[in-house]
Design a protein around this ligand. Structure first.
Ligand SMILES: [Zn+2]
Length: 122
């Protein structure tokens, strides 16, 4: 991996962390509102609670992925995949490198600006 590609990867990973933290906040809210059991030291109980947490998490996740942030997270994952495949930063339409300025402004960009505009007009 080139140094430049590695730096884009880092930008994408940082953004991903930020979004996942937001996703984590949903989870915390859910957990703190759950009824507490004062005697809750046995593992069966905590295992049960973990299950409940997972169910809530699935719902929260479904909600989250329908939001703008959730969709952005999907785009970040796809961009990271392109980094791994070595196709990141290359416009699939004209097969030219996407300008660095554009990638820094929009790290999830798949196309260069002219090709994106052409694609949108279609
Ligand atoms: Zn292009």
């Amino acid at each position: 991996m080139t140094k430049e590609l590695a730096s884009y990867k880092q930008i994408l990973l940082d953004k991903r962390d930020e979004l996942l933290k937001e996703l984590g906040q949903f989870k915390e809210k859910e957990v703190s509102s759950a009824p507490k059991d004062a005697s809750g030291e046995n593992s069966a109980y905590s295992f049960h609670m973990a299950d409940v947490g997972t169910d809530n998490m699935e719902r929260e996740k479904a909600f989250f992925f329908a939001t703008r942030e959730g969709k952005y997270l999907t785009h970040i994952d796809q961009a990271l995949e392109r980094v791994e495949q070595g196709t990141y930063g290359i416009c699939p339409d004209c097969e030219k490198p996407i300008p660095r300025d554009r990638l820094l402004a929009v790290p999830t960009a798949t196309r260069c600006v002219p090709c994106k505009e052409k694609a949108e007009q279609r």
